[in-house]
Ligand binder design. Structure first.
Ligand code: KG4
Ligand code: ZN
Length: 346
């Protein structure tokens, strides 16, 4: 069965074709980074308009590249939430309407289920059960996964998501959007040990996270180091000479604190459940330090760790086509409702 996947929850238009027998047939991704760059973050209205502009042309290009026509599509999966409501509505309307026109089933996909199942697009796939660490701009969750659709949240952030903390701290450091990857890049030049930030909520039992304090710790360090980035240009004369190094040191300490905190919670989740397969997904799973730390952790635990390939860590259509294919196979068509669920628990 050939499934078309449409992802439009935030600032990426992702389109993919997934064949339930042959696997991923092809995918296309259009990033709106240039559209939002001048504003320092995603502008929801501009995101929706750009999805409107791009979704159908991308579907058409992908079909042509794969030597297929729309009549070959046998089911459609679209992200129904969580995300920006206007952006979600674009994918939902186009997906549902195409399915209605073609007389084929369409299903809503939970964006985080897409991320969670993304490692299953690889040749070396995790087997159930596994622990999934979902780390994106909107979510930080540890989920026990017994099978498709069998998800138990073991712990989650009580405030900022890990990606959100990366983004906010990057802004404090004066970095440009897209913030998180920029901070990770800067951290590569940081000297370990110059700044030391807390590992929040690791001194008490449980699998919940809290990252807003880390952002505050970074803000205090930035002020303490005399880095006033939001002031007028004349402030520049007052900046410390080694400002670039100080910023890199702060970025390094921040990233280390996030990575250590996540690793401590992952170890607990593995020990608590006895499940020795860890899957890491969501935008922050692109972070090299995090990947290395968790690989070391799972080697020590004599377990395995799985990640999606780099391009499927952040938002993409392939994960939605794959998750939707599982739903269509098990549930068939849902109904003709066009729904967007900006908040939706997995
Ligand atoms: O999954 P995703 O593309 O979108 C959401 O569903 O939120 O994740 C985006 C998040 C952003 O917060 C971004 O800063 C973060 O993932 N991110 C990273 C890296 N690449 C993306 N954070 C840290 N290190 C990275 N290399
Ligand atoms: Zn995402």
């Amino acid at each position: 069965m050939l499934i078309l996947g449409i992802e439009s929850s935030c600032d990426e238009t992702g389109i993919a074709l997934y064949d339930t027998e042959k696997g991923l047939v092809g995918h296309k991704l259009y990033s709106q980074i240039a559209v939002h760059a001048d504003y320092g973050g995603v502008v929801p209205e501009l995101a929706s308009r750009d999805h409107v502009r791009k979704t159908i042309p991308l579907i058409s290009e992908l079909l042509t590249e794969c030597d297929l026509t729309k009549q070959d599509i046998e089911g459609i999966a679209f992200t129904a939430g969580p995300g920006l409501v206007g952006a979600l509505m674009v994918g939902a309307c186009i997906g549902r309407s195409m399915a209605y026109g073609l007389g084929i089933p369409a299903v809503e996909v939970h964006h985080m289920e897409g991320h969670l199942l993304a490692p299953m697009l690889e040749d070396e796939r995790p087997e159930f059960p596994f622990i999934a660490l979902l780390v994106s701009g909107g979510h930080t969750q540890l989920v026990e996964v017994q099978g498709i659709g069998q998800y138990k949240i073991l712990g989650e952030s009580i405030d900022d998501a890990a990606g959100e903390a990366f983004d906010k701290t990057a802004k404090l450091l004066g970095l440009d959007y897209p913030d998180g990857p920029m901070l990770a890049k800067l951290a590569e030049h940081g000297t370990p040990g110059v700044f030391k930030f807390p590992r929040p909520m690791t001194d008490r039992p449980g699998l919940d996270f809290s990252f807003s304090g880390l952002k505050t710790a970074a803000a205090v360090a930035i002020r303490g180091a005399g880095i006033h980035l939001s002031g007028s240009k004349s402030d520049a004369t007052e900046l410390p000479e080694n400002i670039d190094q100080l910023k890199a040191d702060i970025a390094h300490a921040f990233q280390q604190a996030v990575v250590d905190t996540i690793a401590i919670k992952c170890r607990r989740a593995v020990e608590q459940t006895g499940i020795k397969t860890l899957v890491i997904a969501g935008g922050v799973s692109a972070n090299t330090e995090l990947r290395e730390k968790l690989a070391q952790l799972m080697a020590k635990q004599r377990g395995n760790v799985f990640y999606p390939r780099h391009e499927f860590c952040t938002d993409n259509g392939a994960m939605i086509a794959f998750a939707g294919a599982q739903r269509i196979l098990s549930q068939g068509d849902q109904n003709l409702k066009v729904k967007a669920k900006p908040r939706w628990s997995i």
